[in-house]
Design a protein around this ligand. Structure first.
Ligand SMILES: [Fe+2]
Length: 350
C-alpha cells in the first residue's frame, strides 16, 4: 500500500480555549455520590462522557466499597480524572491491582536498564531520558512515541487486551502545553446510520502495534526489527462490541491494520473513515495536565485517546501508566474459528 489515510493533528487542545480547563460542554452542574463529588465533562442531553472526581482519600488504600463506586462511574463516564492524588509508583500500582487481577508487564522493548522508571508494572510514557534530558530527536524512542499521537486505545494489539489504563503525572507539567485527548466511542457509534451499522456489525479487525508505529513514523518503522515483530504479533477483535455500560461501541485504534475479507488499502480507508467519524469535536474533550499527582483512568473498551506528539518545543513531562488486563467476556477477542471464518489465517501465522 503506497498511501496512508492518517490525519496529522494539531499539537494543542482542539476545543476553543477560555471556557475553563475541561471545556465543559452541556454538562449539568456538579453531582454528589456519597463522599464523591462528580463534575461531568460532556453531556449530550441523555449520555455523559468524562468526569472529574473529587473526594477519594488517596492517603490510604481505597476501601472496596469506594472501588465499586468508582468502577460504576468508570462504566458510565469512561474517563475519570483525579487531581493532585499524591500517589507514588507503589500506591499507583496498588490501586491498579484493586481494579483487576492482572496488570500488563512492560516488555521493555529497549532494555529495562534503559528505562527511567524501571518498574515492570509501569510504562514510562513521558519524554525524559535516564540522564534527565529530553528524548533526543530522531532517536528510536522519539519515533516509537509518534504513534501515540494517533488516535488509539491501549493494548488492542494484545489478544488478551486491557480494560483500563491509569496515567499518573509526576512533577509539575508546564501549564498550557500538556494535554491528552479523549473520544467517546459509544456516542460515536450511536450516531452512525443504521444501514452503515449493519455493514459493520460482523467485521473482525487485525490490530498490530507495528502498524501504528509505521503510521506514526514511516521512515523509521517502515520495517520493524525481527525482535520487535517476534515480541508483539498481531491480535484480532470484533469491530462492533458491547461496552461495560451495555451500549455498543466501535473498538478501533491506529493499531487497526486489516479487516477480515478486505485488502489492506480498503481496510485502511474504512478504518480511518471511522476513526475520523469518532474523533469529531462533538465526541472529543481534551484534558490538561496541571499538577503533580494528576491522574486519568480511562476505559480502553469504550474510548480512544491520543497524546500530543513530541516536538522541538516540548518541555519535560513525566507521566507513568499502569494497564489493567481485561477479565470481561470480550477479553480475548475472537476465537481461532471465528478468525479463520472472518478471512484471516491461523492466529500468529500471517
Ligand atoms: Fe495510549
Amino acid at each position: 500500500m503506497s498511501r496512508t489515510f492518517t490525519t496529522k493533528y494539531q499539537n494543542t487542545c482542539p476545543a476553543p480555549s477560555g471556557a475553563g480547563v475541561l471545556q465543559l460542554r452541556g454538562a449539568p452542574s456538579v453531582v454528589k455520590d456519597g463522599d464523591l463529588t462528580i463534575t461531568p465533562v460532556m453531556f449530550t442531553g441523555s449520555e455523559y462522557f468524562g468526569a472529574e472526581i473529587a473526594g477519594v482519600d488517596w492517603t490510604r488504600a481505597v476501601p472496596e466499597d469506594v472501588v465499586k463506586q468508582l468502577v460504576a462511574l468508570s462504566n458510565k463516564y469512561a474517563v475519570l480524572i483525579f487531581r493532585k492524588t499524591g500517589l507514588d509508583n507503589e500506591r499507583h500500582i496498588a490501586f491498579s491491582k484493586q481494579l483487576g487481577e492482572k496488570l500488563e508487564i512492560n516488555p521493555f522493548f529497549y532494555g529495562r536498564e534503559n528505562d527511567r522508571v524501571g518498574e515492570p508494572f509501569l510504562w514510562d510514557v513521558g519524554n525524559i531520558e535516564l540522564d534527565g534530558s529530553l528524548v533526543k530527536e530522531n532517536s528510536r524512542r522519539w519515533h516509537h512515541s509518534l504513534g501515540n499521537a494517533l488516535w488509539h486505545t491501549d493494548s488492542s494489539y494484545h489478544q488478551n487486551r486491557s480494560k483500563y489504563s491509569i496515567l499518573l503525572a509526576h512533577g509539575n507539567p508546564s501549564r498550557g502545553g500538556s494535554w491528552t485527548h479523549f473520544a467517546d466511542m459509544r456516542q460515536a457509534y450511536a450516531d452512525i446510520p443504521q444501514e452503515k451499522k449493519d455493514q459493520l456489525e460482523d467485521l473482525v479487525v487485525e490490530h498490530d502495534l507495528w502498524h501504528s508505529r509505521k503510521l506514526g513514523s514511516p521512515e523509521v518503522y517502515h520495517t520493524p526489527t525481527a525482535s520487535e515483530l517476534a515480541a508483539k504479533p498481531p491480535a484480532y477483535h470484533r469491530l462492533v462490541q458491547t461496552g461495560p455500560d451495555g451500549r455498543k461501541v466501535l473498538y478501533l485504534a491506529a493499531h487497526a491494520k486489516k479487516i477480515g475479507g478486505m485488502g489492506l488499502e480498503e481496510s485502511q480507508r474504512l478504518i480511518w473513515e471511522l476513526i475520523g467519524h469518532c474523533t469529531q469535536a462533538k465526541y472529543v474533550f481534551s484534558f490538561e495536565w496541571l499538577d503533580s499527582g494528576d491522574m486519568v483512568w480511562w476505559d480502553n473498551r469504550q474510548s480512544m485517546h491520543r497524546a500530543n506528539p513530541y516536538t522541538n518545543e516540548m518541555t519535560a513531562r513525566d507521566v507513568r501508566r499502569s494497564t489493567i488486563i481485561d477479565d470481561g467476556p470480550l477479553a480475548f477477542g475472537i476465537s481461532e474459528e471465528e478468525k479463520v471464518a472472518a478471512g484471516f489465517g491461523k492466529l500468529g501465522n500471517q
